[in-house]
Design a protein around this ligand. Sequence first.
Ligand code: SP5
Ligand code: ZN
Length: 341
Amino acid sequence: MKIIHTDRHLGHSGHVELMNGRVVPAFEKPERVAMILKAIGERNLGPLIEPTAHGLDPVLKVHDANYIRFLSTAWQLWTEDGRDFPALPSFWRAPGMRYIEPETVDGKFAHFSFDAGCCIVAGTWDAVQAAADTALTGVDLVAGGEKTAFALCRPPGHHAHQATMGGYCFVNNAAVAAQSFRDRGAARVAVLDVDYHHGNGTQAIFYERPDVLVCNIHGDPRQEFPYFLGYADETGAGAGEGFNANFPLRWGTDFGGWSAALEAACARVEAYAPDVVVVSLGVDTYKEDPISQFKLDSPDYLKIGARIAKLAKPTLFVMEGGYAVEAIGINVANTLEGFLQ
Ligand code: SP5
Ligand code: ZN
């Protein structure tokens, strides 16, 4: 299995987030990728290849142009204002307020975010573009006939909406990949999101479309971030009715409960008969994850990979979350190894 990776993610570092009311070093940090590379190398899972540049056109098929303009200029706006430290939003819109992009930097950060999880530093935009190119290079490989590929994206993407960053995500790499598969001739694409958190951005992007099935297994929004999406009664709308499936699970869920949801999600994917599957691969379901509340153990990821392989479809894995840095490599490598066996 080819692993798509570039060091350009390293530019997104030294950033912070707001956790439990305090500004703390970001959990979504470069060491995550280092640990994944180490485990992949030790297991000989496949060669590393560099992403190729795809430009912004495929990104603009799922994101608004004003939002991408903001991301590309956010650091410049922030530093022009005399701030020589990482950028964070401090304000957000409430329902019923106007949807108009403000002219000033704090207003723009408020307009284009839903939390303080998306800190921007000098190298963030380059890393975000590199992550989208990583996903798109994975599409090139799988659309070109490879059975599978692993897009080692960082920063992750599944929380990003059409015009909103949040949850460590700026560009929705998995959504960009799914759209690109459609544009390259796949009639039906399934996104299977196994990250601990609901992939609210991916759901929102495809919610009214029947050509991309989105299935999500995640912490119940009554308890867990992103709180305001991910309920089981969100089944799609309009032409997309019936093409979104959520499997919310309570805090403390172990592999028994989790794998029953995976089975149900895989049954939905199988009934859809997609041409290709995009897996939003988060391993923050792990029992030691510092910000999550499921109880999966490392050997469980071998079984997850094996169940996904049983779908017997061309499959692109796109990296999302996972914050237990010591185990993230083992858990990702186990998933990929379980898939390949
Ligand atoms: C891609 C991804 O996995 N994003 C996750 C973003 C989660 N941000 C909010 C986490 C809230 C955690 N609250 C629990 C505090 C533990 N002390
Ligand atoms: Zn997550």
